[in-house]
Design a protein around this ligand. Structure first.
Ligand SMILES: Nc1nc2c(ncn2[C@@H]2O[C@H](COP(=O)(O)OP(=O)(O)OP(=O)(O)O)[C@@H](O)[C@H]2O)c(=O)[nH]1
Ligand SMILES: [Mg+2]
Length: 252
């Protein structure tokens, strides 16, 4: 059985840290060994107890002071500094030998998806055993164009990181049932989504292209708060790495 690394990626405030916690708790209840890694040096608070935390090395605040830059500059510097931690992270993983390594990525998703250092880190930890959970923000996803923007962001993360993706509708508990249903249907039924978008826009053509390229993925509704959807994430991982084989037999 191979170790699996799960990166939680999504826009600021989309629920990455809480989902890291909820999925970790769920895996633990299934008796899996895991590590939780916080890669966000700007986090004031993380809701889980991190087994490895970038803030042990530096925080955004430290960097702002040391380099005399504002928060955005500090984000970029801290992202570049991540590569200096690779050996330490690898050492800790080798020591603990967990089944799952859950990685909570920095608040601003572009810091993680667009900077070269993340790709170097991902490569060093093992691309072939990596998967990302991409969180669609529930409020942004409520409107058709908001949903589309999230879809493009999700795909930009795939283009950049080049690892498989499980797309989830985060914090689904904040939406009404009919809203959840509609968003899930947008993600699986191109014609239905098109009917919400004015025709003659580029978007409809773009959607077809995305669909033809296999970049249109059905969303899974999850709630870290209520704890649902964890098994779906797990099943998605299972599908990617074991082609539908019953992972429970392999793992637990
Ligand atoms: N209702 C509800 N609220 C949630 C859920 N998950 C997270 N939240 C809330 O949403 C806010 C942001 O959640 P985080 O997990 O910190 O989001 P994040 O993507 O890690 O945020 P940054 O790292 O700051 O960008 C917090 O105030 C949480 O309490 C959920 O499943 N349901
Ligand atoms: Mg966070």
């Amino acid at each position: 059985m191979k170790q699996i690394i799960v990166y939680f990626v999504g826009i600021a405030g989309s629920g990455k840290s809480y989902l890291t916690k909820a999925f970790a708790d769920w895996l633990e209840s299934m008796k899996a060994d895991l590590m939780r890694i916080n890669l966000d040096p700007g986090a004031d608070y993380v809701p889980y107890s991190a087994d490895l935390d970038v803030r042990e090395w530096f925080t955004l605040e430290d960097i702002m002071q040391k380099y005399n830059v504002g928060p955005n500059g500090a984000q970029i510097i801290s992202s570049d500094l991540l590569v200096t931690l690779i050996d330490d992270i690898r050492y800790e993983i080798d020591l603990a030998q967990p089944d799952f390594i859950l990685i909570d990525t920095p608040g601003q998703m572009e810091i993680f998806t667009l900077r070269e250092s993340s790709k170097i880190l991902l490569e060093a930890l093992g691309r072939e055993r990596s998967v990302m959970v991409f969180l669609f923000d529930p409020v942004v996803s409520k409107t058709p164009f908001g949903f589309l923007s999230q879809l493009f962001m999700a795909n930009s993360a795939v283009f950049r990181l080049e690892i498989p993706q499980i797309a989830v509708l985060s914090k689904a508990d904040v939406l009404r049932d009919d809203e959840v249903e509609r968003i899930l249907r947008w993600s699986s039924d191109l014609e239905y989504l098109s009917s919400f978008i004015e025709t003659k826009t580029l978007s409809v053509e773009l959607l077809r292209t995305l669909k033809d390229s296999g970049l249109f993925r059905p969303l899974v509704a999850v709630s870290a708060l209520k704890g649902y959807g964890m098994e779906d994430i797990y099943d998605g991982i299972q599908e990617y790495f074991y082609g539908g084989e019953d992972l429970e037999r392999v793992l637990f």
